[in-house]
Design a protein around this ligand. Sequence first.
Ligand code: EPU
Length: 420
Amino acid sequence: MEKLVIEGGLPLKGTVEISGSKNSALPILAATLLTEDECVIRNVPRLRDTLTMIKLLKSLGKTVDFTDNVLKVSQKGKLNHVADYSLVSTMRGSFCVLGPLVAKLKKAKVSLPGGCVIGVRPVDLHLKGLKALGTKMDIDGGYIHARAAQLKGRHVYLGGVFGSSVLATANVMMAAVLAQGETVIDSAACEPEIEDLTDFLIGMGAKIKGKGGPRLVITGVKKLKGIKHSVIPDRIEAGTYIILAAATRSNLSIKGADLTHLAALTDKLEEAGVKVFEENKILKVKTKKTIKPVSVTTYPYPGFPTDLQAQFMAMMALCQGVSVITDKVYPDRFIHIAELNRMGANIRREGVNAIVQGVKTLRGAPVMASDLRASAALVIAGVAAKGKTEIHRIYHLERGYENLDAKLSAIGAKVWREKE
Ligand code: EPU
């Protein structure tokens, strides 16, 4: 195992290039199960999670070539219907092979993904949607055993206690595209990653109306074909580097990001006194010495993303004044508070809120990465802090940030890996 060591406190400058979106790539890779034809997908980030999805596709009978960031998925024989615990348990994104397997094979045995440190993360909405289309499901030995004679289009409401669900929308959409008749999904997730999946499916020959909105109308077709597609930029990676610029009071350029996907973040940053604007297709982040404290509540898209909450908290930890951070998507996603406090932050949890009392400086410390975005918050804090920070369990970071060390070094951060 390795740890990430950061010598903090250095000013940053230069340009960061954003990779393809992890959370777009994962369901899109699952969607390749819907056709025997070859799919060529560009801008796929090389991450632990995409490599896990590739392993899963191979175990299901696909042939995969991943060179640079281009993925070619093809199929010679028949698909296998079993998605193994060892692959699904490590990454929730792999649960979205369930919809395509049921649609294509009329049966699937997919391991339940289980809970994780950011909350319980149930799959009831996935199951509700697939059942509505005519899938019979039992749970046995930690696996979903799904069977369907013929999937039939239905009206499905996918709103849950915490709003819409990204991967449940993906799963139900991918089943509905090959179902008989019309499916209407209400309270569908509106995240850009779902829009990207919709584009991918339409390119394969699916009939979907309402792209990007909360009501998707899907008319099933008999067969889907291969496609060439390029994955959208990772808005969470872009947001992380934008927040890094603000937290370190640096001016950075961000290349390859889509500003339209970042409105909730840039709005909050403007309130804090940080400007983000586009110039010749490059995002510029202009930061002042003093940043105002700003309170944030996360919501499903287009609200402020839960996947940027921890990073924003690290930045607020260094603002003079008090801010309140609330996560309405994952109300327990606060494991990073204790680790940020180890670095001298003053954050306390009060029920569903984190109260951040800004401090002048953070000090480097040994800290533990607990999940992907909490780890990104620790990187931001470490780069902004005075002294040396050691982040343990960095495999979490490798799940979602392509070439993190190289990208940070290129903008002037002092970052290296050491063996534990
Ligand atoms: N939920 C239910 N029932 C369900 C599904 C979800 O109650 O059947 C709840 C969840 O517990 C949560 C809320 O609904 O409170 C939203 O969860 P959602 O289903 O939208 O999350 P997800 O699809 O499992 C994706 C991303 C997450 C991101 C969330 C929210 C992927 C692979 N993962 O997860 O990304 O936090 O949407 O935007 O797309 C990350 O990248 O670090 C990450 C955790």
